[in-house]
Write a protein that binds this ligand. Structure first.
Ligand SMILES: [Fe+2]
Length: 287
């Protein structure tokens, strides 16, 4: 089994700068501390973009410092708020394809992770041009030939999520990507993405997908016709994906939760005799 931590959209600013009334550095630090304390046995972490808010070198320095605190590899993808040259300057060892896009493969026990670069300078919309599509097609062909399951990671979703503001900046070349994914013989297990700052899961043309809250701010849940949506202070989270050959399980951890942990066995409203009888029934049926 492969244990993956999925974190997204930290929108880091230079030290001391807040964003929408929150401190992105403090939030990322809290997330990394929580992950290191509770999931040090994970195989890797993937950050699906918008690593920084404006692509500042000082913000990438924070990211580098925080990821170095993890006892396992971290794979940061870029998003529409990032600057590819600044990212590559901060992470000179980052893998790129032959055209300089930040896309590469990672081999795991569960299968092959394909990291996609959906960023286009000058627009917040997702972009996946012919060169990038050629890379993806070659990777999918290789995975199919080698009988390796594929997990896709990208900042932008190709599909609509029915929040209009975000749908306007989804992947522009979604039709071409849909055709490519429909034609491949590769076994695509899941599409992990960021960008939308909300917890969403579903299935697109047979491919299960999931995303989650950002570590800093969120996008309001507004399924109406307005072109714009406000940002919110809903609690952040990270996801834990447990990937095995016959099962994908994804848990969400609201890492800033500091409320009580209640022992239900001591709760006065529980009918303990009935509960024990039920347990005995299940135990007998399992034997
Ligand atoms: Fe974002």
């Amino acid at each position: 089994m492969t244990k993956l931590i999925h974190l997204t959209d930290p929108h880091l600013m230079p030290p001391g700068k807040t964003l929408y009334g929150l401190d992105p550095e403090a939030r990322l630090t809290a997330a990394i501390s929580h992950i290191a304390a509770h999931h040090s046995d994970a195989d890797c972490l993937v950050l699906t973009g918008d690593l920084t808010h404006w692509g500042d070198a000082a913000a990438y320095t924070i990211l580098k410092r925080e990821l170095a605190r993890l006892p396992f590899p971290a794979y940061p993808l870029i998003g529409n708020h990032d600057e590819r040259p600044a990212f590559l300057a901060a992470f000179p060892g980052a893998s790129t394809d032959s055209n300089g896009f930040v896309q590469y493969r990672v081999e795991t026990e569960a299968g092959r992770f394909l990291m996609l670069d959906t960023v286009q300078e000058g627009t917040h919309a997702g972009w996946y041009d012919a060169d990038r599509q050629s890379w993806l097609k070659a990777e999918l062909d290789a995975a199919a030939a080698e009988d390796q399951p594929v997990y896709l990671f990208a900042h932008h979703p190709p599909f609509e999520i029915h929040i209009r503001m975000m749908d306007m900046i989804r992947l522009v070349q979604w039709r071409e990507v849909a055709a490519l994914l429909a034609e491949t013989r590769a076994d695509i297990r899941h599409y992990f993405f960021g960008h939308v700052h909300r917890p969403i899961s579903g299935c697109w043309r047979g491919i299960p997908f999931s995303t989650l809250y950002g570590t800093n701010h969120q996008v309001a849940l507004d399924l109406g016709p307005a072109d714009d949506a406000p940002m919110t202070h809903e609690a952040p989270s990270y996801n834990i994906a447990l990937l095995s050959d016959d099962l994908t399980v994804i848990h969400t951890c609201p890492f800033t939760y500091d409320g009580p942990l209640i022992d239900h066995r001591k709760d006065q409203n529980t009918d303990h005799a009935k509960r024990e009888a039920g347990r005995a029934q299940v135990a007998a049926a399992r034997d």
